[in-house]
Design a protein around this ligand. Structure first.
Ligand code: SAM
Ligand code: SF4
Length: 332
């Protein structure tokens, strides 16, 4: 029997972390996430801020403590600071973060900071303008770099940089990004390319493994030693440079899955609750919210979603079936 106010699954994992996607739209087209032509969810199908806030208040009653706003590109959602203010004011929320591609930070970072946001993850795979264009099919590297600098000046902390690592493509970016991180007090997190691209482009041969990146950085920059006091349930394995200058993270979802310590659930922009990025089933929260369901019914839906959670994703097995939703439609 679960303790009241706790979301524990059949494998004993406690869930206190909710990722909320606020839109499936994006202003760039990273090839590993989104095709060039996309049919987005019609706006009326996207949860309103009031619906999101109502859901989060219920999720907090079940033990959710940490929130991350994501997308699609969350800064495309109009008035996002209003949502940030609402969510950061909810009693019981101890941690609120945002994951963004950084393109609109120039216009919005100050308002987000003012609304109470402090933790920000900015997506940047390369410092090379040509490769940025190749990966994102758009030409916005300068804007992202400006956004990072602005966040540093405004006082956002921590600022983490998400870099998707793709074999045969981003090897030349590893060392420059790591140096950039050391120089600007940013934690660069290398993320293994996952089969969530929606176009069937993923191949195991295209995954640049975390252990190979670690070896390169240790050789080219400085030896890396595991951080022993990090959050053991965080997806990134963190390493510190032995010379004391900075931390680097590795999200090795493919080569070293961390399902055994997963504490996350995800709410999609169109109101579906998922227990895993790769889940093949989801719970229709929007239907409950809009159908006038009692709070108890929604609480039960959250609990049963967590209880249905599988032991781990199947990416490394022959049984793996890619979820029908690509990354942008789930919320990474
Ligand atoms: N648009 C924002 C951004 O790019 O940060 C937030 C949403 S995006 C889906 C969240 C993160 O997912 C990105 O930072 C990117 O690093 C990661 N991502 C997207 N597609 C991926 C894939 N196929 N494999 C691994 N990571 C991926
Ligand atoms: Fe957009 Fe983020 Fe997906 Fe890139 S990874 S296409 S920025 S949602």
């Amino acid at each position: 029997m679960d303790a009241p106010g706790q979301l524990r699954d059949r494998f004993g994992r406690l869930h206190d972390n909710l990722r909320i996607s606020v839109t499936d739209r994006c202003n760039i087209r990273c090839f590993y996430c989104m095709p060039e032509e996309v049919e987005f969810v019609p706006r009326p199908e996207i949860l309103t801020f009031e619906e999101i806030e109502h859901f989060v208040r219920l999720a907090v009653r079940c033990g959710i403590r940490k929130l991350r706003i994501t997308g699609g590109e969350p800064l495309l959602r109009r008035d996002l600071p209003v949502l940030v203010r609402k969510l950061s004011a909810i009693e019981g929320i101890t941690d609120l973060g945002l994951t963004t591609n950084g393109i609109l930070l120039r216009e919005q970072a100050a308002a987000l900071y003012e609304a109470g946001l402090r933790r920000i993850n900015i997506h940047l795979d390369t410092l090379d303008a040509e490769r940025f264009r190749h990966i994102t099919r758009r030409d916005h590297l300068d804007r992202v770099l400006e956004g990072i600098e602005l966040c540093r000046c405004l006082g956002f902390r921590p600022i983490k940089i998400n870099a998707v690592a793709v074999k045969g493509l981003t090897e030349p970016d590893i060392v420059p990004l790591a140096r950039f991180g050391r120089e600007h007090d940013l934690e660069i997190r290398f993320i293994e390319f996952m089969p969530l691209d929606g176009q069937g482009l993923w191949l195991r041969d295209r995954v640049l493994f975390a252990r190979d990146i670690l070896r390169t950085l240790s050789r080219e920059i400085a030896p890396l030693v595991p951080v022993s006091d990090g959050d053991p349930r965080a997806p990134a394995a963190e390493y510190r440079y032995a010379d004391g200058r900075g931390v680097v993270g590795f999200i090795a979802s493919v080569s070293q899955p961390f399902c055994d310590r997963c504490n996350r659930i995800r709410l999609t922009a169109d109101g579906k609750l998922r227990y895993c990025l790769f889940a093949l089933e989801e719970t229709d929260i929007k239907k409950l919210l809009r159908g006038g369901a009692a709070d108890e019914e929604i609480l039960e839906a959250i609990g049963s979603t967590v209880r249905a959670k599988w032991e781990g994703h199947q990416v490394n097995t022959a049984r793996f079936v890619a979820p029908p939703r690509p990354m942008y439609a789930i919320g990474g």
